[in-house]
Each structure stands twice: as C-alpha cells, then as structure tokens.
Design a protein around this ligand. Structure first.
Ligand code: 13P
Length: 256
C-alpha cells in the first residue's frame, strides 16, 4: 500500500511573513489529518520560518531545488546541508520550470538525486513532456529519458527512497489538467519502466505523483486512478482552503 502524498510547490511566491500566515491557516485546517503525507515547499528564504511553525506537526518540509556540490564557490546556489539544517526532509528536483528556464538537464538531475540520497533527503523527481512532444507522440520516450538518465546508476534500493512526479508541462499553470486516464497511462508506463529497470517490488512501492493544474474539483478523480499516489500542487497550494481540500480528498485513498 502506497501512502498518498500531497506536496505544495509554492514556486516563487510568499515572503516569509506571507508563508507564516499560510502555514498558520493550514495548521488550523489540517491538524488531525492522517493517512496522507503532506509536504510544503516554500522558497529558500521562507524555509526556516515554515519549519519553526510546522515542527512537531504532521506537515513535512521540502525545498524547491538544491545544488549537488557540498559547498564552495557557486554564487547564488544553496547546498544540501543548508536546506537540511532548515528542517527539510524533501527536495524537488528537475522541475520543468528549472529545465525550461534555468538549464536543468537529466545530468544535473542525476547529480542532485544522488546527492539528496547521500544527505538522507527524499527527492521528488519531476518528469514530463512538453506539448509539442505529446503532439508528436513522444510522451513515453521523453518520460523514459527523464527517468533513465535522471536515475542512472542508482540501485533499486536507492530508488525506493525517491518520489517521482509526473508533470506534463502543458498542464502546468494552464488550467488544462491531464485527464485522469491520460495521467494514469503515463504513471502505468513509469511503473512498468521501474519494473523493467529494477524489479516489481521497486515498481510497486515507489510513489508516483501527478502535477499540473490539480485543484479541489479534480483531485478525487485523479486519485481514483490506480497508479496515482498523490499530487504536486502549484497554484492551488497557495491558499489554505484549496490546499486543505485537496489533502482531505486525497486522504480518502489513504490508510487510516
Ligand atoms: P500548477 O498546479 O499551478 O499547475 O503547478 C503544477 C506544478 O508545477 C507543481 O510543481
């Protein structure tokens, strides 16, 4: 049984003060929540503030990116030990916005994933095709490359510590969600791929999230699909009401 996971990727939104307001409101709504893992991923500058508010609660903390080197002359970058010390247990790696605007490649994803595991952080590894790739029938090929190259050289045991997020780029921030069937089709493909590369245990235990215009009114249908284990939520994670509704509805699939 895979425990559902709902992660809020706040992207470049919320100052530390605004983040604190949102967390306070979320805590009020999500105190008794069970059966679903919840992760908040604010910007680097709000990590510590958020951690101080959620510590001891069931809410988890994630960073949105990280550099793979331990330290050194990398102006503007943030290291694993820095995010770990702010209380992070998770880190998002290879988000399509990082790939699209900041030159993230499968190679940098691979380095980051490897380093995350070394630092005992759970990487949420994002994969997904762009619209033109889907239209050319290349969805599976792109996702396969993201997975094979992004996770290359990792053992099955290491992959068990990873969360994968399938985020079709054309569904991010567009209001155009993949249908539950479209999403499940790719999730099934990813699981088969993990089974082929590693084994059936790794494939069946790895959590695969869907991301792309997830809202309270579509989460239930997405979660009803067998291979969808949760969501990576952007816009709807910025409001306590919508994010907590998503969590509540995802919980229905969870263990109690
Ligand atoms: P939206 O939910 O705003 O489409 O963003 C999805 C996403 O990119 C989460 O990482």
């Amino acid at each position: 049984m895979r425990k559902p996971l709902i992660a809020g990727n706040w992207k470049m939104n919320k100052t530390p003060r605004e983040a604190a307001e949102l967390v306070q409101a979320l805590k009020d709504k999500l105190t008794e929540i069970d059966g679903v893992d919840i992760v908040l991923a604010p910007s680097f500058t709000a990590l510590e503030t958020v951690y101080n508010l959620i510590k001891g609660s069931k809410l988890g903390l994630g960073a949105q990116d990280v550099h793979w080197e331990e330290k050194g002359a990398y102006t503007g970058e943030v290291s694993f030990s820095m995010i770990k010390e702010t209380g992070c247990q998770y880190v998002i790696i290879g988000h399509s916005e990082r790939r699209q605007y900041f030159g993230e490649t499968n190679e940098t994803v691979r380095r980051k994933v490897k380093a995350a595991l070394k630092f005992d952080l759970t990487p949420i590894v994002c994969v997904g095709e762009r619209l033109e790739e889907r239209e050319k029938g290349k969805t599976f090929q792109v996702v396969e490359n993201h997975i094979k190259e992004g996770l290359a050289t990792l053992s099955g045991e290491a992959v068990l510590k990873i969360v994968i997020a399938y985020e079709p780029v054309w569904a991010i921030g567009t209001g155009r969600t993949a249908t539950p069937q479209q999403a499940n089709e790719v999730h099934t493909f990813i699981r088969q791929l993990l089974s082929d590369i590693y084994n059936r245990d790794v494939a069946s235990q790895t959590r695969i999230l869907y991301g792309g215009s997830v809202k309270p009114d579509n989460i239930s249908a997405l979660m009803a699909e067998q291979e969808i284990d949760g969501a990576l939520v952007g816009g709807a994670s910025l409001e306590a009401q919508s994010f907590s509704e998503i969590v509540q509805r995802a919980k229905i699939k969870g263990v109690n």
